[in-house]
Write a protein that binds this ligand. Structure first.
Ligand code: GAP
Length: 505
């Protein structure tokens, strides 16, 4: 899939398209359609169930999107959350300086200073992509959106969800009976005034993050109570020292001894990788952790490995999240700026907890799931989404809208709705309805036909194999449950139906 095809597919099939489209779109903002919203919610639900399930002291909270300007002065965003910009001396357009170099020279320039970027721009004679004018000035711009609140107070739209848990940490530590590790997660919007939004929903000015802030005692970084579970688990790593090579597969225990990564950090990396491979069904070859160098790391991180998926439409492996060891950077900043102690008393000592952050861009992951599961079959497409994220699990159709078949189909649909994510359709030929479901990844299509009335059975069609079986209506719910849980083979769920021979002309 290339990006033009993704754009077309996403628009045509109800996933996403530019915001304010009837006014020509609004750069950097996207709207999700009905299928896209369902897929996004499914991803969020799968994320929530999995990551909050890692520890009984992990909880979700909902802090506000607009926060006091002092929050971001304390976190370092007012000063440090900047992007390098190159301004064209002819047309005045501002471009992300590292991105135009990346497009021109096909390598990464992340983390270079404006002076370093300017030097390369001049040396390589890189020109304005819009008008070929000279790029004379290279400087930094802050990416936060300031908000004038009530006429006399300043706030910012949060550029990351993380600061909500930080400013609410003390209250939660007390509320949740003074236990560490404590996890506070937020699934919500973040806003960044990106200089060059691009690549559809993967670099926008308003996007959704799913982030988990894990507060822990810093001496615990070298250990994890469930270390034995992961010590032989093989991580897919792309270290700084091996950038020109394929990712290496390395046991957690070896990554600890050879790469000096702490156990607490590695345990969480293993859990992140298992989420992608086991829950989202991402093939091993399409996943890796990329280590960031000191210059590339976010200003608040001591350890920083990006989570990357191989997305050819975007040019190869691209960041969709990160595992960040933020130390006490944020709580210390809030203590200094607010004059409110962020220290806790735990295990007989007083200290400021450290933070391990698991950070995910929901929109990039949704984009990745579409691309990784998209397959063309002739002139149509199938999304081979895993059960955890497919917008619908089951679709129900009547063969024809007469002789009471539509009524029976509706009854079956209503019955199944209590257990599954089901959609009802009666708006076209069976073939067309199958295609429509394939395109949004629906697992099983149930057709109510004349035998349903006479023999109390329906046909069930499998999305991936296209095989069909006849199943007794009374067994339908139980069989679907087992099929979706991976406990039953499709062929065993009913009597096989031979594919009908093409009619002679
Ligand atoms: N709290 C840490 C943090 O915000 P980040 O690497 O700046 O870290 C986390 O962002 C994730 O948010 C990224 O890995 C990416 O998936 C997503 N993200 C960041 N900027 C984005 C943008 N402009 N558009 C869409 N997603 C974005």
């Amino acid at each position: 899939m290339d990006i033009a095809k993704m754009d077309e597919f996403a628009k045509k099939k109800g996933f996403f398209w530019p915001s304010s489209e009837i006014y020509g779109g609004f750069t950097g903002f996207y709207d999700y359609g009905s299928n896209g919203t369902l897929l996004k919610r499914k991803f969020e639900n799968a994320w929530r169930k999995y990551f909050l399930g890692l520890n009984d002291n992990f909880f979700e909270i909902e802090p506000s999107d607009i926060m006091h300007e002092k929050v971001f002065a304390a976190s370092g965003h007012v000063e440090g959350f900047v992007d390098p910009v190159a301004k064209c001396s002819k047309c005045g357009t501002q471009h992300r300086a590292d991105h135009i170099l990346e497009d021109f020279l096909h390598e990464s320039f992340e983390g270079l200073t404006p002076d370093e970027l300017k030097k390369i721009i001049v040396e390589k004679n890189v020109r304005c992509p819009s008008c070929k004018g000279e790029l004379k000035d290279v400087y930094v711009l802050n990416m936060m959106f300031p908000v004038d609140v009530g006429g006399n107070k300043k706030g910012f739209l949060r550029p990351e969800t993380a600061q909500g848990p930080y400013v609410n940490f003390g209250r939660h530590f007390n509320l949740l009976r003074n236990r560490l590790p404590l996890g506070l997660s937020v699934i919500g919007k973040a806003f960044r005034n990106e200089i060059s939004p691009r690549n559809l929903t993967t670099r926008t000015r308003e996007f959704t993050q799913a982030e988990l802030q894990i507060f822990f005692d810093p001496i615990q970084i070298e250990d994890h109570p469930q270390w034995n579970e992961v010590k032989n688990y093989r991580l897919l790593l792309h270290p700084v020292t091996k950038r020109d090579q394929k990712p290496v597969e390395m046991k957690c225990a070896d990554a600890m001894s050879e790469m000096k990564l702490p156990k607490f950090y590695l345990w969480h990396m293993a859990k992140v990788q298992q989420f992608y491979l086991d829950v989202l069904g991402v093939p091993k070859s399409k996943f890796r952790f990329k280590e960031l160098s000191e210059e590339e790391r976010a200003f608040y991180n001591k350890l920083h490995w990006d989570i990357e998926l191989d997305l050819p439409s975007l040019g190869g492996f691209r960041e969709v999240g990160g595992v960040h060891y933020r130390t006490d950077h944020d709580l210390l900043g809030h203590q200094k700026t607010s004059n409110k102690s962020q220290e806790i008393f735990f295990n007989g000592k007083r200290f400021i907890p450290h933070v391990l952050e698991l950070s995910f861009g929901v929109d990039r992951n949704v984009y990745g799931l579409i691309e990784l599961n998209y397959e063309e079959e002739g002139d149509r497409a199938v999304l081979h989404l895993p059960p955890a994220v497919a917008p619908f699990q089951v679709a129900v159709f009547p063969l024809v809208n007469k002789d009471g078949l539509d009524k029976v189909a509706k009854e079956i649909f209503v019955g199944l709705k209590k257990k599954f994510d089901v959609v009802f359709d009666q708006s076209g030929s069976i073939g067309k309805m199958y295609y429509r479901e394939d395109e949004r990844g629906t697992f099983y299509c149930i057709t109510v036909d004349y035998e349903t009335k006479s023999k109390k059975s329906v046909t069930v069609r499998d999305r991936d194999s296209k095989k069909q079986v006849r199943v007794k209506v009374k067994d339908l719910e139980k069989n679907l449950e087992r099929l979706l849980a991976g406990e039953m083979k499709f062929e065993k769920s009913g009597t096989a139906i031979k594919p009908s021979k093409p009619r002679k002309k």
